[in-house]
Write a protein that binds this ligand. Structure first.
Ligand SMILES: [Ca+2]
Length: 477
């Protein structure tokens, strides 16, 4: 008891005289319990759809204006080598929510994915069309620690029986089986979210809904999963912002691709991030709240509908759908004022890492094996996770033109294997982040070692390589 500090008992002298020891003990125990009660942070996970690594000012973009997201980065840890577990939507989303790599539950493509065509050499692997209910989501894992959870925005992990409310979330606003905005960014319509009028913009509305959830749950630990539909196609922006960026694009040449519609969409998103930060400030929750900002895959860098290509990921190679860096390396920012020292980290991290990170911060024990590692030491002490390899498995033909393959990054080395012909490419990402110089032929030892690592990982997670397509017709024949 001597180590416990007790405040003077002003005004309680009569009770102390009546039973001094009993009351003194009770008071001290209560104080000690209160001091030891762990405080857990709130989590706000802002997930952008198809945002490229180079789309933000804080990642070097000179056309798009993102002051509020830049501020998040300046006040938190900005990771230069943050990855999505897949170059398309659904698998990465499932990996964030479970901490497990996509082949483990079979969602290896966007849902439902493309069908097989005779011009495809391989028969694509079967894609599971919903996140199985026996997977443990972040919402389910955090619930016993007293968290209230909301999914506000895009779900894209199965039909009504697999929507967020069936996966541990207390609230689902706007989440369905679809991957693009239901009805568009204007006149959107889902069972849980409808546009109030013809001018209401989906990104703004999701922010409004997020603010309402924060306000309502300000006194308890909350997990706000905010997967925006933006900046996925169809590209649609608010008129005033579009006019601003059209004028800007015409005024003088900018570095890289300048896409006024896309830039205007990003400004609406950035404005929403600013409103969330302001709300947390107003409610005095800033130092109690971890904000993560990231994307589910790289930016769309090929023609796919009006106003596309949406963006360019240069200096990274290719974009959404590809296993090159442009398809999988994404903006990755974590802010927690007072706990995370501001700075920049080049430690490779991947979307499966958020699950164990949140659990550790919430003081929750894991109940099943997962693939991610906790980033708490990286966030608090700049101590990167111990050496490990990161893996990708994409046995599909996406809409963007890539071929089925797998990849592994270990240290600065990255190997990509193409399943059609077994070709392997090797890059040193430190010297060659743009993956322009394939050094596989020069370094067969490194190729063999990395490939072996990839093969062993595939066995571990039950990842299957697609077989020959019996209907294949070579267009050249
Ligand atoms: Ca996506």
């Amino acid at each position: 008891m001597s180590r416990i500090r007790c405040q003077p008992l002003h005004g309680t002298i009569k009770f102390v005289l009546a039973s001094p020891l009993a009351i003194w003990s009770l008071f001290c125990v209560n104080r000690a319990e209160s001091a030891e009660k762990p405080t857990v942070p709130n989590f706000v996970f802002i997930l952008i759809d198809d945002m490229g690594w180079r789309d933000l000012g804080c990642y070097g973009n000179t056309f798009n204006e993102t002051p509020h997201i830049n501020r998040l980065a300046a006040e938190g840890l900005r990771c230069t080598d943050g990855y999505a577990a897949c170059p398309v939507c659904s698998p990465t989303r499932a990996s964030i929510l479970t901490g497990r790599y996509p082949p483990r539950y079979g969602i290896t493509d966007w849902i439902p994915g493309r069908k097989n065509f005779p011009n495809q050499k391989l028969l694509q692997g079967q894609n599971v069309l919903q996140l199985p209910l026996d997977e443990v989501t972040l919402a389910e894992a955090l619930k016993p620690a007293g968290y209230v959870s909301a999914s506000i925005g895009k779900w894209h992990l199965g039909g009504p029986e697999f929507w967020p409310d069936k996966q541990g979330f207390d609230v689902n606003v706007g989440g369905t089986q679809t991957g693009s905005p239901p009805g568009g960014y204007f006149k959107f319509r889902t069972p849980s979210l409808q546009a109030k009028d013809d001018d209401e913009y989906l990104t703004d509305r999701l922010t409004d809904e997020a603010l309402g959830f924060i306000e309502k749950n300000k006194d308890k630990p909350f997990f706000l999963y905010l997967p925006h539909y933006t900046v996925h196609i169809p590209l649609q922006a608010k008129k005033d912002l579009l006019a601003k960026y059209e004028k800007k694009a015409g005024a003088k040449p900018q570095e890289g691709l300048c896409n006024p519609v896309y830039a205007a969409m990003i400004e609406s998103l950035d404005d929403g991030v600013g409103r969330i930060v302001k709300k947390l400030d107003e409610l005095k929750l800033t130092e109690k709240t971890v904000i993560v900002f990231t994307s589910d895959n790289g930016g769309l860098s090929v023609k796919e509908g009006p106003f596309t290509p949406a963006t360019s990921n240069v200096p990274l190679r290719a974009g959404k759908g590809y296993l090159y860096e442009g398809g999988i390396r994404v903006p990755s920012i974590v802010r927690w004022p007072g706990t995370i020292k501001p700075g920049v980290s080049s430690a490779p991290i991947i979307s499966v890492d958020y699950f164990p990170t949140f659990l550790e911060l919430a003081g929750v024990n894991r109940t099943r094996p997962i693939d991610g590692v906790s980033l708490v030491s990286l966030l608090k002490d700049r101590k990167p996770p111990s050496e490990r390899a990161l893996f990708w498995h994409y046995p599909h033909y996406p809409n963007q033109g890539a071929k089925p393959g797998g990849a592994v990054r270990h240290g600065d080395w990255k190997l990509i294997e193409f399943f059609e012909d077994g070709k392997k490419e090797l890059y040193n990402l430190k010297d060659d982040p743009g993956e322009l110089n394939d050094v596989a032929a020069r370094l067969p030892g490194e190729v063999k070692e990395l490939h072996q690592e990839l093969v062993e990982w595939r066995k571990k997670v039950n990842a299957r390589i697609p077989g020959p397509n019996p209907d294949y017709k070579d267009a050249k024949q």
